[in-house]
Design a protein around this ligand. Structure first.
Ligand SMILES: [Zn+2]
Length: 378
């Protein structure tokens, strides 16, 4: 990972670059992120920068043998620690350590650098609780006490250290008195859940929530078009992981799909509604949930449109028109809250595998009752 591939975070990047270039990085760093803002990408970029043998003041070279090993997450002086679980398979009765899952972890992080702990555990195909075990902590200590192989540094990235229970205190001595050349980065999305003993011994490097413009540009770079990127960036609210999910799981023109739905509801057109339900029912669960999320967010904009200055709105033209039309029809804050609640409940039920056609039908009728005060002809 190069710094230039990390989205946004310009101030933090330049702070880290200066410290690293001057060889003044603290040996225990706490990198805190807001969900989907890229803590892991930044840690990886910093680690690669430190290991690179041909770095400049602004980035690693991306081509030296260290960079190539780092890009595959296979540098011998680079260690990773992350939540694992005890699998039923395998004869070993000892608690799991990260090394048991390192191949899967490399594959996962390379494909999903903005992924989170939930994505990781579902990538491992387990519903079990993740954990960072005491055995893992001892493993880390012995790895970091060894001399480095190729670099002057030994780096540990611990991803989601909040999974450490009290056993994390085993690491305190290492954090306080590391062997020379040791650098530890703890990357967390929930610093409040991290052991206070670790928090107090590390120096804080917080990431900020990504800006819509940064997410939009990154989506365009990944092949999304201008309109989609603007829409998804707005819905993602600073969470790039969410923006990528939208890109993967969103209907092509959610605004058009919503307009068709509202048309069927407002005009009491049963046939149109059945067709609409049929179409959405054919999509995957994630897509259906993303659509409802889109509806909720757009409804929030109706309120903003009505009561708050609309100058900073990032809506596309067709969405603005739809909102104006809804306001003309008399949609108010009370109705919006009711509809948003219904959509929220439906998302939850979709997650729990409700029958999608029945669910969408019931949802449509309930929304109609809210906006027209009556139900459709059955
Ligand atoms: Zn390099």
């Amino acid at each position: 990972m190069l710094f230039k591939d990390v989205i946004g975070q310009d101030e933090l990047k330049s702070r880290l670059l200066k410290l690293a270039f001057a060889n003044r990085l603290p040996h225990a760093m706490l990198i805190t992120e807001c969900e989907g803002s890229g803590g892991m990408t930044l840690a990886l970029a910093l680690a690669q920068y430190i290991m690179c043998t041909a770095k400049t003041e602004s980035d690693a070279c991306g081509q030296c043998s260290s960079c190539i090993k780092m890009s595959k997450l296979q540098h011998p002086d680079m260690h990773f620690s992350f939540p694992t679980y005890r699998s039923d398979a395998g004869a070993s009765k000892r608690p799991p350590v990260s090394n048991d899952f390192i191949r899967e972890f490399r594959e996962f992080i390379q494909a999903n650098p903005y992924g989170n702990d939930t994505d990781w555990l579902s990538f491992l195909n387990t519903t079990k609780q993740g954990n960072i075990t005491a055995t893992e902590c001892r493993d880390i200590i012995s790895k970091l006490q060894m001399r480095s192989f190729e670099s002057a540094y030994k780096i540990l990235i611990m991803w989601y250290p909040e999974y450490l229970d009290k056993e994390g205190n085993i690491l305190l001595k290492l954090i306080e008195e590391p062997t020379p050349g040791t650098l530890m980065m703890f990357v967390t999305a929930n610093p409040d859940k991290l052991l206070a003993t670790i928090r107090s011994r590390t120096q804080l490097f917080p990431l900020y929530r990504l800006k819509d413009t940064e997410i939009k540009a990154a989506l365009i770079e990944r092949g999304a078009d201008e309109t989609q990127s603007a829409q998804y960036a707005r819905i993602a609210e600073g969470d790039f992981r969410k923006a990528l999910m939208l890109l993967q799981h969103t209907l092509n023109n959610p605004d058009q799909v919503l307009r068709n739905w509202l048309n069927a509801i407002y005009t009491n057109n049963g046939i149109e509604l059945v067709n609409w339900i049929q179409n959405l029912a054919e999509q995957g669960k994630e897509t259906q949930k993303r659509f409802l999320e889109y509806v909720i967010q757009l409804l929030e904009h109706v309120i903003r449109f009505k009561y708050i200055d609309s100058a900073h709105m990032t809506l596309i033209e067709s969405e603005q028109k739809m909102i104006e039309a809804l306001l003309k029809k008399g949609m108010d804050a009370y109705q919006i809250r009711e509809i948003a609640n219904l959509c929220n409940e439906s998302m939850y039920e979709i997650e729990r595998n409700a029958n999608i056609k029945i669910l969408l039908h019931a949802l449509s009728l309930r929304i109609q009752k809210i906006v027209l005060g009556q139900t459709m002809a059955q």
